[in-house]
Design a binder for this molecule. Sequence first.
Ligand SMILES: [Zn+2]
Length: 319
Amino acid sequence: MGKNERAATRTGSWPGVAGPACRYRFFDRHGGVSRGPWASGNVGRRLGDDEQAVTENRRRVRAEMGVSHLLSAHQVHGTGIFFWDGSGDPEREVADCDALLTNVAGVGLMVQQADCQAVLLHDPVRHAIAAIHCGWRGSVQGILGRVVAAMAERYGSRPADLQAAISPSLGPCCAEFVNYRQELPTEFLSFQVADNHFDFWQISRSQLQAAGLAAERVVCAQICTCCDDDYFSYRRAGRAGPAVRAGRAGSAGRSGKAGQTGQTGQTGKTGQAGQAGSAGQGDLAERRQTGRHCSVIALTAPGSPPLSGTDDGSVRPGG
Ligand SMILES: [Zn+2]
């Protein structure tokens, strides 16, 4: 895929039927101020990066999106859902949460990633959005269907009205699961594309359709974050870093310490959660060092400026 073709998949907007439109952006790793393995646009806290750099990177994302605040979550590969109703500190990281929902305009919902999917949902009828962090554990737990159901219950959304975008994330080329017989349910076997390799883009499409979305309303960036070094990749970092000696990238998990499994991405942050699966215990010192890029979705407040773009189509905070 050429740069220009890819560019079209990195930013988008959905018009509302009678209310505020929605826009989203898949940010890459560039355009920030972080150094080392976090260079340069790392938005993840508690990864060892300089906190001031992360704050500046997040400020640039906020400015690029034209939103007043960025609500984020301390993602744990669970199924926790948080409804943002406009109260409380909109800059905080919501604890133990992998899906952020709102019907309030002007605040960006952010997903932090390093191989995992961000799945963004928009209901143009009820004016509601969702930002979902979906790694393979989220896929196994059916988080996409749970969020669609939550939007129906909370906002009265009809699944057939929803629009969805799947971010750059681990592609079928690199989604290797050595222990898939233990880690993945049998219904995922139909998405096996090669020895131990699975197509999680198609799994998400399938799960969204099973939840009632129309196939033509689901778009996928189809950019593999492990293959494309414009993005942070937990798996790529594992291949290059010391962790690869202890447990190869993939769902291996054969060594207790570094064999963290699958398309994790966020589990490296605190070591408490998200360690389900066949992974080892995850020693903080051995975690693969890499940053987090992000995806952001926001309901557009009336009168807010259009989302700016760059000439080469790349999407970089502040760049
Ligand atoms: Zn790949």
